[in-house]
Design a protein around this ligand. Structure first.
Ligand code: ATP
Ligand code: MG
Length: 405
């Protein structure tokens, strides 16, 4: 049995996190794979916080601290950021014994019960060998709580607190209202994609949205020193570390872009500068994506936001792509994008004022409806294969993970 001497260790073992899986429950055939990937992701994200046991049973995943140092509070914060989770709750653990369930409910939920005046008890009994049926569990636990907390009354329709009792295979648990999980599907179940990341507001949001749909992320950033600074690159690193809180570790590939921009500026019509630059970005991102096992590109484009984000401009950039280009923000308003950026804590980093390569050599009158034929004609002034090889030879790669604090 557990260590009865060390009260901290004992306390650590009396609480756990119960996780309800999200859409995976609907996935029928793939359910096992999805659950396995989710558990692997959870283990990896919880590893820095101490020793935890992560296991699945009856469409619920349990996260149980294995020693007193395992920080369940931080673990719950991490769990809230892992995709594939519909809801989760911290729960008190008890024996599958009515008296222990009653006592645990009163002690574990005391802080919440003292804050409210009405409650009800709901019970789930997946261990059918437990002698009491659900209605009887509710009645017994409810009665016990009314005795212990005389200020309470039962309200089955609109209780301020719902006390949940779950009697499962490996034990019984009590908890209050479950919290909403991050939703989505587990990162890695959808393959890999490369996000074109700038220092702006949009691309980190786009990255987060596609990770939410199960894609593992690589990131490609174009840097144009000395026009862009080291601090601009550091900003991109911090943005990706923040996205990694949700997506897990991200490999960043930084591509030198100065020579390409200078060549376009020197040899091509000014009003096509942006579209030509974007076509070079897509060509290079696609090469990097291919080398790293990615099968799609992700951008933060939103229709009509700037000159390069018209349907005609998108058509001209897509013309150089053989991989699908995912644009999760294409139909969103800036306000909607900002709301997500705030939620995932990238907004404050994004608005730091460092130059991005897109703001270097911005044309005064960019062509908003570029015609592919003329774009291709203008491009003939460039030695594209040589520029591509030169840029690829200078790629620097590093791995970025979420850092607390
Ligand atoms: P963002 O806020 O993401 O910078 P934006 O609205 O400023 O987007 P643009 O600057 O036109 O739009 O860029 C459109 C998309 O092109 C970006 O969302 C990003 O995916 C990609 N992109 C732009 N600049 C870079 C860069 N320096 N490195 C990598 N990708 C970039
Ligand atoms: Mg930008």
């Amino acid at each position: 049995m557990m260590d009865r001497i060390n009260p901290a260790a004992q306390a650590a073992q009396k609480e756990l996190i119960l996780i309800k899986v999200g859409e995976l429950a609907l996935k029928g055939l793939n359910r096992r794979t999805f659950e396995d990937v989710l558990m692997k992701n959870l283990r990896r994200r919880l590893a820095p916080l101490g020793r935890f046991e992560v296991r699945a049973a009856q469409s619920t995943i349990t996260v149980t601290p294995l020693d007193a140092d395992a920080d369940l509070h931080k673990a719950a914060q991490r769990v809230a950021q892992v995709f594939g989770i519909a809801a989760f709750s911290r729960a008190g653990m008890c024996e599958k014994d009515l008296e222990d369930i009653q006592r645990t409910a009163a002690e574990y939920l005391a802080p919440q019960l003292e804050q409210v005046s009405s409650f009800k008890v709901e019970a789930k009994r997946s261990d059918k060998s437990f002698p009491l049926k659900s209605p009887a569990i509710c009645e017994q636990v409810g009665g016990y709580l009314l005795d212990r907390f005389p200020h309470l009354h039962v309200d089955v329709h609109q209780p301020e607190l719902t006390v949940m009792v779950e009697v499962r295979d490996f034990g019984a648990y009590v908890h209050g209202q479950a919290l909403r999980g991050a939703g989505g599907i587990p990162v890695g179940t959808g393959g890999k994609a490369a996000v074109l990341i700038s220092g702006g507001i949009d691309s980190p949001v786009a990255a987060w949205m596609m990770a939410k749909r199960g894609l593992e992320l690589h990131a490609v950033h174009f840097a144009s020193p000395p026009y862009t600074s080291e601090r601009a690159e550091d900003k991109v690193h911090r943005l990706l570390r923040q996205v990694a809180a949700y997506s897990g570790r991200i490999a960043l590939h930084t591509v030198p872009f100065t020579h390409i921009q200078e060549e376009i500026r020197n040899r091509c019509p000014e009003e096509l500068f942006t579209i030509l630059m974007r076509r070079m970005m897509m060509r290079l991102a696609q090469r990097v994506a291919g080398q790293t096992g990615c099968s799609a590109l992700i951008t933060g484009e939103s229709l009509g936001q700037v000159a390069s984000q018209t349907v005609q401009a998108v058509a001209c950039t897509d013309a150089v792509c053989t991989m699908p280009v995912l644009r999760p923000l294409i139909g969103m308003d800036k306000e909607e994008i900002i709301a997500i950026a705030r939620k995932i804590n990238t907004f404050d980093i994004s608005i730091e004022p460092y130059e991005d390569c897109c703001t270097v050599f911005t044309p005064r009158h960019p062509r908003t409806r570029p015609v592919l034929k003329f774009v291709e004609l203008a491009e003939q002034a460039l030695d594209i294969p040589a520029l591509e090889e030169e840029a690829l030879a200078g790629v620097r790669s590093l791995r970025l993970s979420y850092e607390e604090g």
